[in-house]
Design a protein around this ligand. Structure first.
Ligand SMILES: *[C@@H]1O[C@H](CO)[C@@H](O)[C@H](O)[C@H]1NC(C)=O
Ligand SMILES: *[C@@H]1O[C@H](CO)[C@@H](O)[C@H](O)[C@H]1NC(C)=O
Ligand SMILES: *[C@@H]1O[C@H](CO)[C@@H](O)[C@H](O)[C@H]1NC(C)=O
Ligand SMILES: *[C@@H]1O[C@H](CO)[C@@H](O)[C@H](O)[C@H]1NC(C)=O
Ligand SMILES: *[C@@H]1O[C@H](CO)[C@@H](O)[C@H](O)[C@H]1NC(C)=O
Length: 827
């Protein structure tokens, strides 16, 4: 940076000799006192005592010598003024005192200010350089080594050659700090610094609160200041090495330019115009409303000129709609389709934005954009990536972790950012991978339809013998459901086909020891593939009439769905009479195994349960709203929630799920299938199902998870209510805490527990239209906003399904096992 060159040194000696009262150096014999000053060798800067504004206090400062508007660029004793008194000025002195240090001494001999030197010398001199830098060095050292320099301690002005930033070796951090007022140069509220955290960007703060950031350096300028480029007057740069990081600039012409931070927190660049003898402001930051740090919250997007200015980035929705509409954007936005890491997220390109806050980022200068994507994809907390440097077509890699903060739309596009999205949000998300092993299953499904036809005949014949009345309805039912499946079937389903021998080998030939249980349409086996991958194999029972239908339904539904809270279908096996579905194996069985069991329930503490509740909610939200098929599950219950090794919940069993079209929100069926205790009244009684009947089941599930009690078969000595009624009673009496499973009680989580109960009760309200949608549920669980009062639940007395249901309804089949569905004929 600054170096003391021989000619300069001699020229300053020379000027001392010629003009005796304009020296640039303070020595043991030459001090500054009274109205004496020192002037830099070329006459640019002057140092002496001054009183700012209307203040009577005196300070020692440096200002431009040739600029008639007194512009102080640096103050020595910012915080300790020399008090006003007629005689003080003349008696204060900046001098080298006998111990060999530069000191500002007041009228009564106290040292008011003294630089903190990095070394000592017996013969120091202080020199005001042409750059405006006051340096202290050994009188005989002309190597350019300074013991101290004022450029290391900026005040409110950044002069050319000053570094705004941090030296990692010495720890020295240089930043601007505003004056308190125009009368008081003491440090005020505002600071402007080059923040090296993550990847460097300049940040303006008020106290500890960020006010504005420039955005990260992109090789040419700051991402949030695209219009600001090096120009004919000055050139700026950001230097970032192992040793230090700093922003600086240099002047390219004779025009004087400076950067300063004013008392109300505005960073401004000023150019001195000789002709008019004025400072002209050429730049201010922040510029507009959208420069306000984090104005639109996480994942928000600020658009100047819009009213309101805040919106969400595309494919994002407000985290809290109500607050958002009221102009409180602080909670920001969330993805409309939750991520599904690590099972196939991707990235969507966003162009023309200020890069998000890089304080939680990581970078590599050598990686390509492609490598950058791969690294980001692998880490589930990596939310976005971009090229680090936009020059020469782009290079390097910048990754963001956590939420994307403080983005805004710009009117230029220099740097694209790629934001992580669920696979269903990607523009062309056809599965390119796995092509080799994947066989279009359409053919198999056609076979399936044939089989279905055949088995339907067999099935109906069997039924006819058993129950002629149901038989007739059975035909009606199949006709309507057929129409629906045909519609869906036209889409190409790509699903790996497994060979029967592979599956037989993996399950020890369907050994009884490998049997995990009984699923909706047949037994489920655990298998281990040759590579060691564990699988669950659901085998269609040959004698299951309902099974083929459900099998097909499950394939159609789940093959197209991908979400971290849905069980993943790996493939199927259709060979001869055998039809099987192959899933990822869930080592921790299902939720009912833990929450209803006295010996297992302590394994799921509250934070795990809350995680499970949230996971189920997100999975269900995906089914209802975000998946391409839009699906109503219809049989949500504890035994259909599987748990992976980390106790992440996965919704399973899509045997009776139904897809619904764009505007369709409810449908009617004359075949009510579901499970007692989880079915909503309108579904159980009238066969009406909608997303809101799933919401009801979800509510039941939440109350079961919190209480550790089954809704069905709930018994309380004091009343005839089921779990829903019991929970509601306690809620009405303000005693909701009594509902909580004792194995679970932890007062730290009281608020989350109460909130979960409240949300559960909102979900089981009698009228479907009162129940929240799953997107509201997800928001309610994740925020701390006030919740509406819950109304009376549907089905809150024990056993009133059949009482209020209908006298004509009767249980048609019960396949015995808890896991299987119960079927009701409702007409
Ligand atoms: C000099 O500074 C000392 C210590 O701050 C103070 O007590 C004294 O009054 C000052 N003298 C003058 C003349 O301001
Ligand atoms: C002077 O330097 C020392 C050591 O680097 C440091 O601890 C001290 O805080 C500094 N004092 C001032 C006033 O900067
Ligand atoms: C700081 O700069 C802004 C923008 O130019 C201006 O509006 C404000 O009045 C300035 N503050 C002071 C105290 O001069
Ligand atoms: C990046 O590439 C440069 C030039 O090819 C090389 O000198 C440097 O060591 C590389 N840095 C890293 C971290 O690999
Ligand atoms: C993902 O990145 C974060 C931040 O660098 C790191 O703390 C975490 O360990 C990474 N996770 C994995 C699985 O690599």
């Amino acid at each position: 940076m600054e170096s003391l060159k021989m000619p300069l040194f001699f020229s300053s000696l020379f000027s001392i000799l010629i003009v005796s009262n304009t020296v640039d150096t303070i020595t043991k014999t030459h001090s500054i006192t009274g109205s004496n000053t020192i002037v830099s060798s070329g006459g640019s800067f002057e140092m002496g005592f001054f009183s700012p504004g209307s203040s009577q206090n005196q300070y020692l400062g440096i200002w431009y010598k040739n600029i008639p508007v007194r512009t102080v660029v640096w103050v020595a004793n910012r915080e300790i003024p020399l008090l006003s008194s007629s005689s003080v000025g003349s008696s204060s002195i900046l001098t080298i005192i006998n111990s060999g240090i530069l000191a500002l001494v007041n009228g009564t001999g106290s040292v008011i200010w003294s630089p903190n030197m990095t070394g000592s010398t017996r013969d120091p001199v202080a020199q005001l350089m042409e750059s405006g830098n006051l340096v202290v060095r050994d009188a005989n050292d002309i190597s350019g080594h300074f013991l101290w320099q004022s450029f290391d301690y900026p005040c409110d002005t950044l002069l050319p050659g000053m570094k705004l930033g941090k030296n990692f070796v010495t720890g020295l951090e240089r930043h601007l700090s505003s004056w308190k007022s125009s009368d008081d140069p003491a440090p005020g509220d505002y600071t402007y610094r080059c923040d090296p955290q993550g990847y460097p960007q300049n940040i303006l703060s008020s106290g500890s609160a960020e006010v504005f950031r420039t955005g990260p350096w992109n090789g040419i300028g700051f991402s949030g200041r695209p219009s600001l480029k090096s120009n004919s007057i000055y050139a700026f740069e950001l230097v970032y090495t192992k040793e230090e990081v700093y922003y600086d600039y240099k002047l390219l012409s004779s025009v004087v330019s400076r950067l300063s931070l004013n008392q109300t927190g505005v960073v401004q660049r000023w150019n001195w115009i000789d002709r008019t003898q004025q400072w002209v402001r050429v730049l201010t930051s922040p510029t507009d409303n959208c420069d306000s740090y984090k104005l639109c919250g996480p994942n928000g997007n600020c658009i100047v000129g819009n009213n309101p200015v805040c919106g969400c980035l595309s494919k994002f929705v407000p985290q809290n709609q109500r607050e958002w509409e009221n102009g409180d954007w602080s909670t920001g936005c969330v993805r409309r389709t939750p991520l599904d890491c690590p099972n196939g997220d991707g990235f969507v390109k966003y162009s023309g934005y200020k890069m998000p806050d890089t304080r939680n980022s990581w970078f590599d200068r050598n990686m390509t954009l492609r490598e950058c994507e791969m690294v980001c994809l692998k880490n589930c907390s990596c939310m976005a990536y971009a090229n680090l440097d936009i020059r020469r077509g782009g290079s390097g890699c910048l990754l963001w972790f956590g939420e994307l903060i403080d983005m805004r739309e710009l009117n230029t596009n220099e740097q694209d950012v790629y934001i992580r999205m669920a696979s269903s949000e990607l523009e062309d998300s056809t599965a390119h991978s796995k092509k080799r092993e994947i066989v279009a299953v359409t053919l198999a499904l056609l076979t399936g339809v044939l089989l279905l036809g055949m088995s339907l005949i067999v099935y109906l014949r069997k039924r006819k013998r058993k129950n002629s009345q149901l038989n007739k309805e059975g035909i009606l039912m199949h006709k309507s459901e057929q129409g629906y499946t045909d519609k869906t079937q036209k889409e190409d389903l790509e699903l790996p086909l497994f060979d029967l021998t592979v599956i037989a080998d993996s399950t020890n030939n369907f050994s009884i020891n490998n049997k995990l249980g009984e699923g909706g349409f047949g037994p489920v086996y655990k298998g281990t593939l040759e590579g060691g991958q564990e699988i669950a194999v659901k085998r269609l029972s040959k004698n299951s009439g309902q099974g083929l239908d459900e099998f097909k339904n499950e394939v159609i539904c789940i093959a197209k769905l991908q979400h971290r809270n849905l069980v993943k279908l790996l493939g199927c096996c259709i060979q001869g009479e055998e039809m099987m579905l192959i899933y990822e194996y869930m080592p921790n069985k299902s939720l009912d195994y833990f929450i209803f069991d006295q010996s297992q329930n302590t394994l799921l503490d509250w934070s795990k349960r809350f995680h499970i509740i949230n996971g189920i909610a997100r999975g269900l939200l995906y089914l209802h709203q975000d998946s391409r098929l839009r699906i109503i599950h219809r049989d949500l219950k504890a035994s259909n929630i599987l748990l992976d090794i980390d106790m992440n919940p996965k919704i399973s069993d899509f045997g009776i799920a139904r897809s619904f079209g764009g505007n369709e929100t409810e449908a009617n069926t004359n075949r009510v299938i579901g499970t007692y205790g989880y079915m909503s009244p309108e579904y159980a009684i009238d066969g009406l199902f909608s997303v809101k009947s799933d919401v009801f089941s979800f509510g039941v599930l939440v109350l079961e998870i919190v209480s550790g009690k089954k809704n069905k078969g709930f018994y309380h000595p004091g009343h005839y209510h089921n779990l829903l009624g019991h929970a509601w009673r306690l809620y009405e009496e303000g005693k909701s805490l009594e509902l909580i499973d004792e194995a679970l009680w932890d007062s730290c989580y009281q608020i989350e527990m109460l909130r979960s109960i409240h949300v559960g009760l909102l979900c089981v309200q009698e009228s479907p239209k009162d129940r929240p949608s799953m997107s509201s549920v997800v928001l309610m669980l994740g925020s701390e906003t006030a919740l509406p009062q819950a109304k009376q639940p549907g089905f809150f007395t024990a056993r009133n399904v059949l009482q209020t249901g209908s006298s004509s309804s009767k249980e048609a089949t019960t396949t015995g096992n808890e896991i299987t569905s119960t079927m009701l004929s409702a007409r």
